[in-house]
Ligand binder design. Structure first.
Ligand SMILES: C[S@@+](CC[C@H](N)C(=O)[O-])C[C@H]1O[C@@H](n2cnc3c(N)ncnc32)[C@H](O)[C@@H]1O
Length: 208
C-alpha cells in the first residue's frame, strides 16, 4: 500500500463490498497460496469492475491470473457476450484459478491459458477492448509492446504495480517499473494516467 493505512481502510469501507464469490476466492487464496498479497483485492478489484461496466468490452485480456480474483472481479461486470482470456505461467496458480472459475457462474466465459505470457501473446488475435497487465515486472515493456497490436483503437490497458518501487526495496523490480513508466511517458502515441490505488495502477489508451 502506498497511501496511509487509515485512508486505505476508509477507501475499502466505502467501496461496494466484494461479492460472496470474491470473498470465497480471497479466503481460499489466503489459505492455499504462498503469496496471497498478490491478489488485487477489494478496492482495485472494484475499480477493474467499474472499468468493465463503463467500457462494456467484448473481449478482455489479463496477463497474470494468480488465483482468479481480478479475472472474476472483471467477469462480474462483463456485459452479455463478453469473453475474458487470462494468462498464467505457474501451473499451481492456473489450477487454483481454474477451480475458482469452474465454481463461478462465468466458467464458459473465462479461458485460462497456461504458459509464459509472451509465448501465449504471440499466438493471440485481437482485438481486445480492455487489457489488465499484472505479472512479472521486468517483462512489462515487452507485455505492452505485445499487447498494443491486439488492442482495439478505443481500448484501454490497465497496468498494476506502477508505484511498486515506493513500497519495496527489490532493486530489479523497482528499476523495471521505473523503466516501464519512463517508456510509456516517452510514447507520444499513448495517453496515460497513474492512479495511487494499491501499489499504483496506470491506465493507458491510444492518443486521439
Ligand atoms: C500479482 S499476481 C496476479 C494477481 C491477479 N491478477 C489477481 O489479482 O488475483 C502475478 C501472477 O502472474 C504470474 N506470472 C508472472 N510472470 C508471468 C509471465 N511471464 N507469464 C504468465 N504469468 C506470469 C505469476 O505466476 C502470478 O500468478
Amino acid at each position: 500500500m502506498i497511501v496511509r493505512p487509515t485512508i486505505e481502510r476508509y477507501a475499502r469501507d466505502h467501496t461496494t463490498p466484494p461479492s460472496p464469490l470474491l470473498e470465497t476466492v480471497a479466503a481460499t487464496t489466503e489459505q492455499a497460496a504462498e503469496h496471497p498479497e498478490m491478489m488485487t483485492g477489494a478496492v482495485e478489484g472494484a475499480l477493474l469492475a467499474m472499468l468493465v461496466a463503463l467500457r462494456r468490452p467484448r473481449r478482455i485480456l489479463e496477463i497474470g491470473t494468480f488465483t482468479g480474483y481480478s479475472a472474476l472481479s472483471m467477469a462480474e461486470a462483463m456485459p452479455a457476450g463478453c469473453r475474458l482470456v487470462t494468462l498464467e505461467a505457474d501451473a499451481r496458480h492456473a489450477d487454483l484459478a481454474r477451480r475458482h472459475i469452474a465454481a463461478s457462474p462465468y466458467a464458459d466465459r473465462i479461458e485460462v491459458r497456461e504458459g509464459p505470457a509472451l509465448d501465449t501473446l504471440a499466438g493471440l488475435s485481437g482485438p481486445f477492448d480492455l487489457v489488465f497487465i499484472d505479472a512479472d515486472k521486468p517483462s512489462y515493456i515487452r507485455f505492452l509492446e505485445a499487447v498494443l497490436p491486439l488492442l482495439d483503437p478505443l481500448g484501454v490497458v490497465a497496468v498494476d504495480n506502477v508505484l511498486h518501487f515506493a513500497i519495496t526495496p527489490d532493486a530489479t523490480d523497482a528499476a523495471a517499473i521505473e523503466a516501464f513508466n519512463a517508456y510509456v511517458a516517452s510514447r507520444a502515441d499513448l495517453v496515460q494516467v497513474v492512479l495511487t490505488v494499491r501499489a499504483g495502477l496506470m491506465l493507458i489508451r491510444r492518443a486521439d
